[in-house]
Ligand binder design. Structure first.
Ligand code: ADP
Ligand code: MG
Length: 260
C-alpha cells in the first residue's frame, strides 16, 4: 500500500529571467515503511517537490495524496526535518523531543518512554538535559531527527538534513538515522545530492535531472538490513555509484550560470 502518492506534479516559477519549470510531470509513490530518496544535482527541484508534499507550496499541476487523501496544506501526518537546525533553543533536548507528543496530549509516562528510546538510539542519553546551544551541529541534527520520529508522523520528509555537517559527522549521523529507521520503519522521503549517502540510507532512489526538473530513473538499493558501512566495500556499491554519476553528469547546471 502506498502512503504518499505524487501524481503528475508540475511546478513553474515566473522569475526576472523568465519562466522556470522546476518540476515537470513528476510521479512516484512511497510505500508504507519505505525509505525513498530523491537524489539529484542542485536545482533539479528536490526541495520544491518536498515542499509540495509538505503542503507548503501548491503545484501548478498535478496532486499529492497521503493515505489516499489529497493534501493542500501542512498537517501532522507529515513531519519535516530541514537542513538547518530548527530546535527550540529554550527547551532542553528531552523537552524538544517530547514537544510534539506533549502537544498531542500523550501522557507524561508514555512521552518519557518515547524520548528515552529515541535518546538511546540516537546516542543522546547523556545530553538529555542539555540545551541545543550546548551541542555540536551533528548532535543538534540528531535531536531534530529524534523529535521528528517522536511525533510518529505517517511520513517523514527530510530535506538534506545532513547538508550542513562536515563529512565525518555526516557519516555518523547517517548511521544513527539508519539505526533508528531500521527499528521503527517509518515511511521516509529523504532528499540528498550525495550519491553515497543515498546508497547508505535508502531502499529506493529516484534520480532526478534538471531543466525541467524530472525523474530520470528509479533504482532499488538491495543492500541488506541491518545496513553497515561495509556496503561501501561491496562491488555493487561502486557500480551503482558509477551508474548514478553517469546519469547525473549531464544534468548539472554549469557553474556561474544563473539557475533562477
Ligand atoms: P534543489 O532543492 O534540487 O536544489 P529547488 O527545488 O530548490 O532545487 O529549485 C528548483 C528550481 O526552481 C531552481 O532553478 C530554483 O532556482 C527554482 N526555484 C525554487 N523555488 C523558487 C521560487 N520560490 N521562486 C523562483 N524560483 C524558484
Ligand atoms: Mg534543495
Amino acid at each position: 500500500m502506498s502512503v504518499v502518492e505524487i501524481s503528475d506534479v508540475s511546478m513553474a516559477f515566473d522569475t526576472r529571467v523568465g519562466r522556470i519549470q522546476a518540476l515537470e510531470d513528476v510521479s512516484l509513490t512511497v510505500a508504507d515503511g519505505e525509505f525513498a530518496c530523491l537524489l539529484g544535482p542542485s536545482g533539479c527541484g528536490k526541495s520544491t517537490l518536498l515542499n509540495v508534499v509538505a503542503g507548503l507550496a501548491s503545484p501548478t499541476g498535478g496532486s499529492v495524496a497521503v493515505d489516499g487523501e489529497e493534501i493542500h496544506e501542512p498537517g501532522r501526518d507529515r513531519g519535516m526535518v530541514a537542513q538547518t537546525y530548527t530546535l527550540f533553543p529554550w527547551l532542553k533536548v528531552r523537552a524538544n523531543i517530547e514537544f510534539g507528543p506533549k502537544l498531542a496530549g500523550v501522557p507524561r509516562a508514555e512521552r518519557a518512554r518515547i524520548s528515552e528510546r529515541l535518546l538511546d538510539r540516537m546516542g543522546l542519553t547523556e545530553f538529555a538535559d542539555a540545551y541545543p546551544r550546548e551541542l555540536s551541529g551533528g548532535m543538534q541534527q540528531r535531536v531534530a531527527i529524534a523529535r521528528a520520529f517522536a511525533n510518529e508522523p505517517r511520513v517523514l520528509l527530510m530535506d538534506e538534513p545532513f547538508g550542513a555537517l562536515d563529512a565525518l559527522t555526516r557519516t555518523l549521523a547517517q548511521d544513527f538515522l539508519t539505526e533508528v529507521w531500521e527499528a521503527d520503519r517509518r515511511t521516509i522521503l529523504f532528499v540528498t545530492h550525495d550519491i553515497a549517502e543515498a546508497l547508505m540510507v535508502g531502499d529506493v532512489l529516484y534520480v532526478m535531472g534538471t531543466r525541467p526538473g524530472r525523474i530520470c530513473e528509479r533504482i532499488e538499493v538491495e543492500f541488506p538490513r541491518p545496513r553497515t558501512r561495509e556496503i561501501e566495500e561491496d562491488p555493487r556499491f561502486g557500480a551503482l555509484r558509477h551508474r548514478i554519476l553517469n546519469l547525473i553528469r549531464g544534468e548539472v547546471v554549469p557553474e556561474g550560470e544563473v539557475v533562477a
